[in-house]
Write a protein that binds this ligand. Structure first.
Ligand SMILES: Cc1cc2nc3c(=O)[nH]c(=O)nc-3n(C[C@H](O)[C@H](O)[C@H](O)COP(=O)(O)OP(=O)(O)OC[C@H]3O[C@@H](n4cnc5c(N)ncnc54)[C@H](O)[C@@H]3O)c2cc1C
Length: 444
């Protein structure tokens, strides 16, 4: 019998296995696809190095840097270009405005009224009742409707593929809520944070061969067995509390199982014996997103591409969520004299409804050509579809997590670790995996 079986070989599952191993517990890992890494996938093709899902990892705190060190990945690490600090936003005149205090108070993004409204933030009332608030309501209340439209909405749709009217502030941006609760104002909280002893700076990184280096190296270092091409299709719990985990060909027995799966997949495995729990998991929504990797000769793109990329406010009526300047961000992403852009389309405000790759490509090209001054057709293009891309922490999400946690407590040896809780960023997935491994060790 195994000590632990982990179902799902994305970053959450791999990291859970790795942190358990660091504490002396070897786990068996079962992954449905022929490859590990989940949505972290990199491809080298025609001189372009592209990431199909996530593009960068935020290096901050202790857990992630320590992990990279223990995986001996320092030599593989590439830091984002210093230019990546500049992020563009499409303004109402269809021009790209670099984000920063200059554009907020002097640029063409906000009207005079919008700027005055923003400046009044410290004098806005602190929410007294405990009713859950959406990101949109919070931003409208504290910073004004223009900041929501021109800054927060494009950020939320670009990063979370989400709708700020539906996403819960407390679940998605708990830090903003704490800033208001502790300081009564976001501006006062930001000023107070600047006075504190500076913590080590966060920085954005990837690897020479793309982000996939991380899951591949983790898998290499794991001593426990890894079974790819092994979709788990059934779980049974024996009377002694141990679990039987079935795939089409085989089954394994284990004292503990970790479901490192998207919520709907976890629901499918639990629905027979734990239908209420499965119902809660299945209710977490995942909109579709497609990423388009686009190569162009440098001479055919007028924009300097001197930044991280651009975001597009939904009010502009375009379908593209944003574009990363991938070959600016990290070195060796495109052949000499070419550039690589990564465009995102879809999300909960812009359902894709099974649109074809060529339709998505045409839409994105039509939209970004005038914005970036692009001439002609791409020299390279690939489309990657993520039908269930990013879990949405919608209003009611925290209450749902609490119900899930209560139901789970009645089921021995069952653990969850995936991005539908504790943050969607890769760094959040790693930190949460470390915490789970400690919890399991302490319970042993
Ligand atoms: C397009 C996109 C862009 C993103 N960009 C960034 C970014 O730049 N930076 C960032 O920090 N985060 C980003 N994210 C978020 C981040 O990639 C994810 O939150 C993270 O990778 C999730 O890892 P996971 O292991 O929880 O889930 P997944 O990667 O979804 O892994 C789950 C695994 O379970 C497997 N599985 C499913 N069913 C079964 C079964 N029945 N049996 C066995 N295995 C099964 C799947 O095949 C998969 O490998 C992005 C996400 C997407 C989709």
């Amino acid at each position: 019998m195994d000590a632990v079986i982990i179902i799902g070989g994305g970053l959450s599952g791999l990291a859970s296995a790795y942190f358990l191993q660091q504490q002396g517990v070897s786990a068996r890992l079962l992954e449905a696809e022929p490859f590990i890494g989940g949505n972290i996938q990199s491809r080298q093709e025609a001189g372009f190095l592209r990431d199909l899902g996530p593009n960068s990892l935020m290096l901050k705190g202790q857990v992630v840097p320590d992990l990279l060190q223990s995986l001996h990945l320092e030599a593989e690490l590439v830091e984002a270009n210093a230019l990546a600090k500049r992020r563009y936003i499409l303004n109402r005149h269809r021009q790209l405005a670099p984000l920063g205090p200059g554009v907020l108070f002097g640029g063409k993004l906000l009207s005079l009224q919008g700027r005055l409204r923003l400046l009044s933030e410290p004098f806005r009332y602190r929410k007294q009742d405990t009713e859950e608030e959406s990101i949109a309501d919070f931003v409208r209340r504290r910073l004004g409707p223009e900041v929501l439209t021109w800054l927060v909405d494009p950020f939320v749709s670009g990063v979370f593929a989400g709708d700020p009217e539906r996403l819960a502030l407390a679940a998605t941006f708990p830090r903003l809520l704490r800033m208001e609760q502790e300081h009564g104002s976001l501006l006062r909280a930001a000023l107070a944070a600047r006075k504190k002893t500076p913590q080590s700076k966060a920085c954005l990184v990837s690897f020479r061969q793309g982000l996939q280096t991380l899951p591949l190296r983790m898998a290499e270092q794991l001593q426990g067995p890894i079974h790819c091409h092994t979709p788990v299709d059934r779980l049974e719990q024996h009377t002694d509390g141990s679990w039987e985990v079935y795939s089409a060909q085989q089954s394994w027995r284990s004292a503990k199982i970790i479901l490192a799966l998207p919520a709907k997949k976890a629901a499918d495995l639990l629905v027979l014996r734990h239908s209420d729990l499965a119902k809660e998991l299945a209710a977490i929504s995942y909109p579709a997103v497609s990423t388009l990797s686009l190569g162009f000769p440098r001479s055919k793109v007028q924009h300097a591409l001197n930044g991280f990329g651009l975001l597009i406010p939904r009010i502009m009526g375009l379908q593209t969520l944003g574009v990363l300047f991938s070959s600016t961000l990290f070195p060796d992403r495109a052949p000499l004299d070419q550039v690589l852009l990564t465009a995102f389309i879809g999300g909960s405000q812009n359902p894709l409804d099974g649109r074809s790759d060529s339709d998505l490509l045409q839409t994105v090209l039509d939209e970004i050509r005038p914005i970036l001054g692009i001439e002609g057709e791409p020299s390279f293009s690939r489309c990657q579809n993520w039908p269930e891309a990013i879990p949405q922490y919608e209003l009611g999400h925290l209450a749902r997590l609490e119900r899930i946690s209560q139901m789970k407590q009645q089921i021995s040896g069952l653990y969850f670790r995936a991005n539908w809780r504790d943050g969607i960023a890769l760094g959040d997935c790693l930190e949460a995996a470390q915490q789970l491994s400690q919890q399991i060790i302490h319970q042993a």
